[in-house]
Design a protein around this ligand. Sequence first.
Ligand code: G3H
Length: 271
Amino acid sequence: MTTSTNGKFDRTPLIAGNWKMNMDHVQGITLLQKLVWTLEDAKHNFERVEVAVFPPFTDLRGVQTLVAGDDLPVAYGGQDLSPHDSGAYTGDISGQFLARLGCRYVLVGHSERRTIHGEDDALLSTKMAAAYRHGLVPVLCVGEGLEVRTAGTHVAHTLAQLRANLEDVTAEQAARLVIAYEPVWAIGTGEVAGPADAQEMCAAIRAELEALYDAGTAAAVRLLYGGSVKAGNAAAILRERDVDGLLVGGASLDAAEFASIVRFEHHLVTE
Ligand SMILES: O=C[C@H](O)COP(=O)(O)O
């Protein structure tokens, strides 16, 4: 039996699709159109569950044109940004440019940026500042690798990342923040942290935000889980009290699958 959970959420759930380096600008438009059609056909309430996509940079202008032209109720953002605003930084993309393209969000510190591109906490603090400077909402990604998880120090490790990345972030800025907990061992591997694991970390992050700022700020921040999320496991993860949304990689490349994740409330089982 399925049901809805009207009233359960303290914060508007955010279901975000990170396309990573997939979908050229033509494919990206088709995917976004299919996604919106599917959701509109299903009468999805976009105000109740927010939907965002993170396409490659080369898709953003097309996405902007489609979203603005058809007045689509979907937010979008960049997968990364430069700490600088302009200048001789070949290959970098400025937060200023993302803002001009209508981006609401930007990913900061995705594990693939940290591991493949060696981005460290000092750099990520400057990227956080750049995001805020241009009115973008950072989706700050944190999480531990397999060795840390095996050693049982995942909470301490993730909270240390969080503290380092929020060092220069004020309470006012933090209130607009989104944080994605992504255990690296669960990304693209098919391994999913269980709902209890997601809740354990999200509760620890919220407590840390309360210690760093105050209870009101901690209550305003949306905490997402990411790592091998599919339509079949999304609802169980989102039942957890401190999990406010999902950052979906592979499954966001399939419009029907992603739409089903967005409509997770229809998969919740009545207790
Ligand atoms: O940004 C998304 C995460 O890296 C999760 O990716 P995945 O759903 O393919 O495991």
